[in-house]
Design a protein around this ligand. Sequence first.
Ligand code: 2YP
Length: 262
Amino acid sequence: MKVMTKIMFSALCAATMVTSASAQDNSEVMLSNGIKYLDVPYVAHTLELNGPEELIINCDEVDCTTFVEYVLAESLSPTEEGQVAEGDFAENLQKIRYRNGNIDGYTSRLHYISDWINNGVRNGFLEDITATRGTASEKLSISYMSAHPQQYKQLANSNENVAKMKEIEQSLSGQTINYLPKNKLPYNGFNWIKNGDIIAITTNTPGLDVAHLGIAFYVDGKLTLLHASSTDKKVEVSKVALSQMLKDNSKWTGIRVLRMKK
Ligand code: 2YP
């Protein structure tokens, strides 16, 4: 696989990649890698540069999605003397961010989290936990990006990209997914939701599947979210329980839970 990298491996990337030798469990590796990002600034649109689509690595400025992608890429990479090699990291990131790991223009990036999850499951590095544990299901109806092209630089200036996005949206729409509705999630989570699991927050926003991503983190028994917060403009552990965060946002309907598979 050809890995095209826009921004070189930053000091933070290298520094965060010391994986605890004692963290045997896959999920715990995700958590320990995620915690190292605490206080990294939240910056939106870091992948939207001018020019052709390339693999961008910028661990110093993250949004909810790029934060989870960097942590997952680190956690999937083999470690030697506690360090992850830049090449392994970049290769894993490309597999996570692009459909089947191939970079072929803007629409080869996995923009919708349902597409991102399908890709991870299909390529064997994610397990969809709520596929069996979810208590509700819904048929995806996806159209958000083609309906709001002005919000996306590469759609606002390209009818061709909008047409390609529409095709992708149509292929996702109609798929049935399982999730856990927010009124079913207790303050203390569940024993089947583990530290380091990826949490995708489902939404009722028309045409959109997921509105936020983060990592499960139990603090004194309370299930919280380790995430890049657009409100607080940094990576943080939610002060309130995930169950409360969901209740406080009328657009959020529940969660999908994904686990790294190594
Ligand atoms: C994604 O948005 C973008 C990708 O284009 C982008 O907006 C969409 C459908 N996709 O490559 C990727 C990385 O920058 O971000 C994310 C966005 O999350 C936000 C705003 C956040 O909390 O940081 C993912 O899709 C995760 O949840 C949604 C959310 N987008 C919108 O709410 C429109």
